[in-house]
Structure formats: structure tokens, C-alpha cells
Design a protein around this ligand. Sequence first.
Ligand SMILES: N[C@@H](CCC(=O)N[C@@H](CS)C(=O)NCC(=O)O)C(=O)O
Length: 194
Amino acid sequence: MKLYFSPTSPFVRKVMVAAHERGVAGDIECVSELDDLHAKNPLAKVPTLVTDGGQVLFDSLVIVSWLGARGSGPNLIPEEPPLRDEVLCRHALADGIMEAAVASVMETRRPTEKQWQGFLDHQRGKIERGIAALAGVDLQPVVDIATISAGAALGYVTFRLPAIDWRSDHPELALWYDNFAQRPSMTATVPRSP
Ligand SMILES: N[C@@H](CCC(=O)N[C@@H](CS)C(=O)NCC(=O)O)C(=O)O
């Protein structure tokens, strides 16, 4: 299978951590040439997965759900409510942090005179409130789509937005993250600038 990817995208990292946890990362060919991505995914976003059977899957939640039925390892998305709903809602929270963080980074890449401070402040509020909400959740040492996404989101904020000092504000969350970040699936997917 082929994964259209970027080495720094937190959404891609979510998918790759899930693939490592399910033991199928070695079956994935990562494609960083994105010129024809729009022909596969009209939204032209990474991650986009093309399965060996030619099926095209996006976005990251859909791909993780698909991976969860392959290989072996932890159950990434619980089947039964209410746990399923709780885990998916925590996933949405972590995803929202990623979205706001990516939007902030994109904004700061515009020419300085075109950047909108009000937009950056708005996104920062989402990131800070989102991290505070994550800190209020008992994430536990389980591996599922919520904890994987929390790890990817906190890793991305640490990597791209170091001015947001979430570790000082939420030391227990920092402890959880430091422990989770030692998993082989996380160390194998640390974001690096290309
Ligand atoms: N909801 C999507 C978000 C994916 C996303 O925003 N990917 C970014 C990279 S981090 C992207 O491809 N941006 C290119 C674009 O929006 O044109 C998912 O979960 O997969």
C-alpha cells in the first residue's frame, strides 16, 4: 500500500503510529511526491492511503480505522458505546489541536505584512484550551486512536510552536506524554524538517 505523506504532518504521524502499533508499518510505501495527489484525493491532503487493491482512503481517522482491522495489536477504536464515543471525542479534541497548530504554522509562513494576528490568537486559544482539556482527561497508558492523536498533537506543538509552554502549565500531561513518546511507534515517527 502507498501512503501519500509529509514527514512533519501530525495527521500522517497519527496514521504511521497506528501502523506501527498494528505491526503493518513495513507494508507501507511512503510517497512524498505529491504532484498527482489531487487525482487520488480531490482535497489533495496528506495522509491519503492507496491500498494494494487500489482503494483510496482519506482522511486520517478513516485510514486508522482501516489499519485497525489489519495486523495485530491494540484495538485502536473501541467498538462499543459509551467507550467508543468517549475515545472518538478525545480523538476529535486532539485533532482540533492539530488543525489549529497547522493553521498557525501556515499563517506564519505568509509574508509578514499579510499575517493576521487576530487569526493567530484565535488558533492559539484553541490550542491552549484543547491542551488544558486533554490535561483534564485520564489518558492512561492505553494505545488507541485518542492517545495516539494526543501524542501526535503534543509532539507537533512541541516541534513547531515551542513558544507554547504547555509542559509548565500541565506537568502531569507532560509526564504522560514523555512516557508515551518512548513507544517505538512514536520514536520511529518523530517529525523532522525535510
Ligand atoms: N482532516 C485531515 C487533515 C489533513 C491535513 O490537513 N493535512 C495537511 C498537512 S498537515 C495537508 O495536507 N494540507 C495541504 C492542504 O490543505 O492543501 C486528516 O485528518 O487527514
